[in-house]
Structures are given as structure tokens and as C-alpha cells.
Design a protein. Structure first.
Lengths: 231, 295
């Protein structure tokens, strides 16, 4: 569904991605693991067209995304949930939820979203999206991209800085999303969490992929993984 | 004669009304500036010139095409708004990636060029524009005479201000605008065509200025410098209200008009400076302005 080859990206003078390459098949949950600064977030931003300077190949459903502006990339059916969550303080919770335009049929309707995220229904009348707790903001950031009909979701560290019970809830949500046929690319620092939701893991180091581990082999390769992640 | 604070009531209410009228123009103009600043991060120094163009457009519609006041109230903002869209596409949009100072320089230069062109063709003495027939005359309210056209200006400005506020604060289009003001790249990454929205926002802000220009045409003579009289005060209004705040510009615009009017009654010498005095005081205590959001 998504195929990335020889991806290079730069922030100004600094060369961040050095030929990153991976693929995500339809219906899979794939994680990008790696230390801070390995290039995981930059990979996601490159796919979304949010990095000013990039080259290589990013094919989504056979279509080349390099060269498209980020709004066209979104309309091709990819939705992005950024690391900083991107909840808008000048919008109410409901406005935040309804902000991303529908890009294709087949998105979840509001009732289904509220069933998945009961907290959001309770907080729907909150006047400022940023008044929600961190966990609720993360739920909102995921919920709003489920509406749009995009079938490929990029989730950048959805568990970062959240309490264990919320992390569990987000894990449950990701499995639920997968069951509904969405394809997910997930950036994670926490591979124990990643192991509970993903099919395959790519390990990134210095702006490229250094390994790919199917989830069922994760336990047998823990030593190697510890070495990669330096934990 | 009825006296209030030792001032004859007709004088007090007369100045209050004048203040409200000026306030109506301040509000319309600063509202457009606020909307443009929010989306484009550009202080639109051409705003006064575009206001003047709105007045001229209605004068030309009448004198060249025989199109009267009420159609001009709709047509002039559309024509000048389209002119603004062309300006944004052809010139202003090329400056978004560089320092904001260049946007300021460009729009300031544009204002000089536009005003110069109009002065060249129409002179600077000004041309009259008749008040439409049904808005002529005045009614006696008992304590003062109310010129109908002036009441109409205040009412029309108020309606347009509140409608603009409602579009921005209460509709899904407005939600996209507010979100793009906060984080344009992310809104774009959701699939919204942000550059087109920026262009239309500029056009909308310009249309508001042109609308004010049409309202002003029968009150002030239509002349190439008519924007200059307002624009300095309007920038003060924007700063006092808080950069980019919609309701702030409306309330501050009308409020400062009234303060200015009352100053004319009680201490006329200060009437030209009172707005700037208020600006100094507000900035001393609230550097973000009365309604500016804390970052």
C-alpha cells in the first residue's frame, strides 16, 4: 500500500534521512522503532510533505507522493496524527473533531467514534480543545482522522508522556482500528507497547532502516533490539 | 435646554453619534486588518488605499454606469475584493517565506502607488457622492436630531461586523480559518487547500475595507487621501484591541470612536491624540492588547 525507497530528507543544511526504505501492506500495523533523532518523525513528515526538502520515492497505492503538496497527499487518503498532537486551542473539542475534511467515503461516523472514545463524547462541549487532558487530547487527535475516510494512518508516538492506563486504552484503540481494516504506520519509542499492536517493526538508525523484525520473532531477537535501542 | 455634566444634551449626543460613526469605520477597517493579520501575518498597509478604492468604485459605478448606492454596496466590495485577490496572488504571496518586514514594505508601497494613481486622474480636491434618496433627512428623537444616513452607517457596519464575527467563530469554514491561523502546515496536512484559503481571506479583508469605503462616500468627499485620515487611528485600534482578535477589533473600534467623540466635547484639544494616549496606557499594562490571546 505504501512503499518508501531511497528517501532522503534535509532540514536546512542538516541531512536527516539517508536513503530510508520500507513498505507497509494493506491492513498492517507497522512500527518505526529507534532512538531519539534516528529519523522516525522525519520519515512521517516526509510522507506527509511536511519536510521542505526531500527526494527519493514514496509510492502510495502506486502513486508517487514526492512533489505533491501536503494537502494533495492528505486527499490521496493518508491521515497524520502528529507527535505534538496538534489540538487547536482556538477551536472547541467538537470543532477539532470535525476539522479535517472528509477525503474519501468509508470514514467512521461520529456515533462510532464516540463509541470508541466515550471520554470525547463527555467532553464534546469543552470550548477549548487544549483544555482536555493529555490523554484526551491524544484520543481526539486520533479520533478526528478516523472520520476522514483516509485508510492509511500515520501515528507519531501516540503514547508519549501518557499514564499506563491511557497507553493501554490507546493500544486497544489501535487494535480496533486494525480490525476495521485501517493500515497504520506507528512511530514508537516503547517497543513493549509496539509489540502489543504491530505486525512488523522497522528499526531506524541514523536516518535509515537497519533491520526489520516481524512481531512473532521479536522475543527471540530481544538482545539485538536492546542493542539497537540502547536500553 | 437639557444639560448633562454641564454640556448641552444635543451637543453631547451629536458628538456621541459622530464618535459612533467614526467607530463604525474603525471597526470595519480594523476587523479586515485583524483577519488579514491572523492568516497572512502581514500588516496590510494598503488597507487605507483599498478603503478609498471602495469609495471610488461606488463613485465610478454611479457616474460612469449609472449604478446607484445600494447595488454599489454589494458590487464595490466584490470588485475591490477581486482586486485584492489579484494583489495577493501576484505579489503578496511571494513574500510569505521571507521576513514580515517585506510584506509591510510592499503593502506600504502599494498604498502610495494606488493613491498616487488616483490623485493623478482625479485630483485631490474630492468629489461629492449624494446620499441615496430614502436615507436623506433626519428624525427628531426629542433630545437630538438624528441624520438617517448616519444611523444607517452605524447599523450597517454593526451588522457586517457581527456577521463577519459569526462566520469566523461559528462556522466550519471559520474553524478552518482559526486552525490555520494557529498551525497552517498541519491544517494543510489534513487536506485543506490553505493557500487558497489565505487568498480568499485577503480578498475578504479587502472587501470589508471597500464596504467601509462605500459607506463613507456620502459622508466624506470621495478623494484619493480619504484612507489616510482613518488608517493611522485604525492601526492604533488594532494594537489596542490585540493583534488578530476579531471581537477585540469590533469592540475597540466602536469604543475608541465614542471615546474620541466624547473627548471632542469635554477637552477638544486632545481629541486627535486621545486614541494614542489610550494605546500607550493599554500597552503599558497589557502588552498584548485588550483582547489579545496569551501565547
Amino acid at each position: 500500500m505504501l512503499e518508501v525507497r531511497d528517501l532522503n530528507a534535509w532540514y536546512g543544511e542538516s541531512h536527516v534521512l539517508h536513503g530510508a526504505a520500507f513498505e507497509v501492506r494493506e491492513g498492517e500495523v507497522v512500527t518505526l522503532l529507534g532512538r531519539n533523532g534516528a529519523g522516525k518523525t522525519t520519515t512521517m513528515k516526509s510522507i506527509m510533505g511536511l519536510v521542505p526538502c526531500r527526494d527519493g520515492t514514496i509510492r502510495f497505492r502506486g502513486r508517487e507522493l514526492i512533489g505533491l503538496p501536503s494537502d494533495a497527499i492528505a486527499r490521496s487518503g493518508i491521515a497524520f496524527c502528529p507527535e505534538e498532537r496538534g489540538i487547536f486551542g482556538s477551536l472547541s473539542v467538537t470543532e477539532n473533531l470535525l476539522l479535517p475534511p472528509v477525503v474519501a467515503p468509508g470514514g467512521l461516523d461520529i456515533d462510532t467514534i464516540y463509541a470508541l472514545f466515550p471520554n470525547l463524547k463527555e467532553r464534546a462541549r469543552t470550548a477549548q480543545g487544549t483544555k482536555l487532558s493529555g490523554g484526551e487530547q491524544q484520543m481526539l487527535a486520533i479520533a478526528r482522522i478516523l472520520r476522514t475516510g483516509a485508510r492509511m494512518l500515520l501515528l507519531d508516538e501516540p503514547t508519549e508522556g501518557l499514564a499506563p492506563v491511557i497507553v493501554q486504552q490507546i493500544g486497544h484503540t489501535i487494535r480496533e482500528i486494525k480490525n476495521r481494516g485501517f493500515t497504520v504506520l506507528l512511530v514508537e519509542q516503547n517497543f513493549r507497547f509496539a509489540a502489543t499492536v504491530a505486525d512488523r517493526h522497522y528499526v531506524m538508525e541514523h536516518g535509515r532502516m537497519v533491520d526489520m523484525i516481524p512481531n512473532h520473532l521479536l522475543n527471540s531477537r530481544l538482545d539485538k533490539l536492546h542493542e539497537y535501542l540502547g536500553v | 435646554m437639557m444639560m448633562i455634566f454641564g454640556i448641552p444634551a444635543p451637543l453631547l449626543f451629536g458628538q456621541l453619534l459622530l464618535g459612533l460613526i467614526n467607530g463604525a469605520f474603525y471597526a470595519l477597517l480594523s476587523l479586515g486588518l485583524a483577519v488579514i493579520f491572523g492568516m497572512l501575518n502581514i500588516i496590510n498597509f494598503a488597507h487605507g488605499a483599498l478603503f478609498m478604492m471602495g469609495a471610488f468604485a461606488s463613485w465610478m459605478l454611479l457616474n460612469y454606469l449609472g449604478i446607484g448606492y445600494f447595488p454599489a454596496l454589494i458590487l464595490s466590495p466584490i470588485i475591490i475584493g477581486i482586486f485584492g485577490i489579484v494583489l495577493e496572488r501576484v505579489m503578496i504571496s511571494r513574500l510569505y517565506k521571507i521576513d514580515h518586514v517585506y510584506g509591510l514594505l510592499l503593502t506600504f508601497g502599494l498604498a502610495l502607488v494606488i493613491e498616487g494613481l488616483f490623485r493623478n486622474y482625479y485630483g485631490s480636491s474630492g468629489m461629492p457622492y449624494q446620499i441615496p434618496h430614502i436615507l436623506q433627512g433626519a428624525t427628531n428623537l426629542g433630545f437630538m436630531f438624528l441624520p438617517i444616513y448616519r444611523a444607517w452607517v452605524v447599523l450597517a457596519a454593526l451588522v457586517v461586523c457581527i456577521a463577519t464575527w459569526a462566520v469566523i467563530e461559528k462556522t466550519s469554514l471559520g474553524a478552518k480559518l482559526r486552525a490555520a491561523t494557529e498551525n497552517a502546515p498541519l491544517v494543510r496536512a489534513f487536506g485543506v487547500n490553505v493557500p487558497r484559503m489565505v487568498t480568499l481571506t485577503y480578498g475578504g479583508g479587502v472587501a470589508l475595507a471597500a464596504f467601509a469605503g462605500v459607506l463613507a462616500a456620502p459622508i466624506y468627499s470621495v478623494n484619493p487621501n480619504m484612507g489616510d485620515n482613518f488608517i493611522n487611528t485604525v492601526f492604533a485600534v488594532v494594537v489596542i484591541g490585540g493583534m488578530g482578535s476579531i471581537m477585540g477589533s469590533i469592540i475597540t473600534g466602536f469604543g475608541l470612536g465614542v471615546i474620541e467623540g466624547l473627548t471632542k466635547v469635554f477637552y477638544p484639544q486632545a481629541s486627535a491624540t486621545v486614541v494614542f494616549l489610550v494605546m500607550v496606557i493599554v500597552l503599558l499594562f497589557l502588552p498584548r492588547g485588550l483582547f489579545g490571546k496569551t501565547a
